[in-house]
Design a protein around this ligand. Sequence first.
Ligand SMILES: [Zn+2]
Length: 408
Amino acid sequence: MDPTPRCLAFVVDEWFDGEVRHAGERTTFSVEDGRVVAIDSGDHGAALEAQGWRVERGAFLMPGLVDAHVHLFLDGAPTDTAVRAAHLKQGVGQLAEAARASARQALACGVTQVRDAGDRHGLNHLVREEARRPGSGLAQVRSAGLGVKRAKRYGAFMAMDVDDAASIRSSVQRLAVDGDEIKLILTGIIDFDAGAVTDEPQFDAAAARCVVDAAHAAGRKVLAHCSGAKGLAVAVEAGVDSIEHGFFMDRETLLRMRDRGLAWTPTFCPVHFQWAEPAAVGWSPNTVGNLRRILDGHAEHLRLAHEIGVVVLAGTDAGSMGVEHGRALVDELQRFVEAGLPLAAVLAAATSAPRRHFGDAAPTLAQGTPFEALLLGASPWVDFAALRGPLQVRSLGRMGCAGTTVAP
Ligand SMILES: [Zn+2]
């Protein structure tokens, strides 16, 4: 940690504004009280230093990264199932400490904002409040609080049960009071041995529509945990705002998502971990083959989503087995690169696209915007790995956060 000077300038060789790469000439960013006051061509460092500004130099500047799907109260590092089960049985105080540690680690990795996709204790709300304190050292949190699910179905660690239409409406209204979004657990998880989603969706289109209508009436978006053809059909029909995971995607669904403005957060990380480390779960060679097939299909549909213009958000599902907060985001972006997306689109999925989806008034790095940025030792266009170790992470003046600097 390092106190942030009032007047701070960055002179960089190249930068990315969240959508477009700016290469070819040096650029000087002037930041006053956490806000970008000027972006000028050329190196004006000496002149600013003469006026008492602190000047930092580096190869590359870009907006802080956003992980659009995490569970802060879960620790992704342990891969032993008994350790993971014991983690969940801890008291709320210990889980809150785990959630803080997750947000701290995320920020140190350059993830200045996360969207928490649900925890049953509402610790995501707690960390959201703590992160807003000046110098918290925590990533900012967009919090879904508790999700909604059906009784006796998947998702008890992150959601509450709802029943008929009246119970859906009253629950969503209550959750919308302090939740930034409403999380709908629309389907169960993938049966990797079968290589398919074998459960029926938890909600039919009418019930899912009821969640969406209640959320929208309260001014909240709906993020839907959803995989498999049946669940995807319900999600699109009900008009949720983003589909999380979305395994077993298809072209028709993507076209409808594009036309209806639904975003997609593909979360490769947890499935990729189980494919790369099958011994952690004890998967058979047949199941490992299923995992590979699922990942390949996912990559193919991600490329198609990009080509036809579906909004894509980078989210890791950090907290899942083998998916570590902060660190996993660049792994997820690596999957996007392997799928064939251009690097500007890959970086947009972790910067401007989620900020725009969240309704941020300043989704890109521009004059007048709060300064929430990473200084890298090399351009990711030259060395992708430079994303893994930002030289500086600055999160200033945004979301009530008056100044957090991490300079590893
Ligand atoms: Zn999740």
